[in-house]
Unconditional design. Structure first.
Length: 138
């Protein structure tokens, strides 16, 4: 198997210091956050203002990797296979959240709908396209 190495492209600041305080999904949050992209990647943000929503891909940097492939589901308290849940306790601790872009100031993106912990490493940003990313249209 090939080794995959990812480097953070920035950091996400949120009001959440502990997992207990964070909402379980971005759709359940109206809290504001600040996404700070590394200065050397500033050009990569050109044109981002035209999008109302962004997809943030990040690292669950504080979540322990599960010892077994089953985890407790937060929705109903039933143990399920990790890939059938949104648990942060994953073999590859990657998170994905859709947030609302409020404004951009240089390499700082101010967003609404954060559900990650303060200091979360940002791995990528993608624009949200409702005609491509909304499964209701399929």
């Amino acid at each position: 198997m090939n080794k995959v190495t990812l480097q953070p492209i920035g950091i996400i600041h949120t009001p959440y210091k502990t997992d207990e305080n964070a909402p379980r999904q971005a759709a359940n949050s109206h809290d504001m956050g600040e996404v700070v992209v590394n200065p050397e990647l500033a050009e990569g943000l050109e044109g981002i203002e035209k999008f109302q929503y962004l997809i943030l891909i990040f690292n669950f940097h504080l979540a322990p990797v599960p010892e077994k492939p089953k985890v407790l589901s937060w929705q109903d308290g039933v143990k399920r296979g990790v890939f059938a849940t949104r648990s942060p306790h994953r073999p590859n601790p990657l998170g994905l959240s859709v947030v609302k872009l409020l404004r951009r100031e240089g390499t700082h993106l101010f967003v609404e709908g954060v559900d990650m912990l303060d200091g979360t490493p940002l791995l990528d940003i993608k624009p949200y396209y409702s005609d491509l990313d909304c499964v209701e249209k399929w």
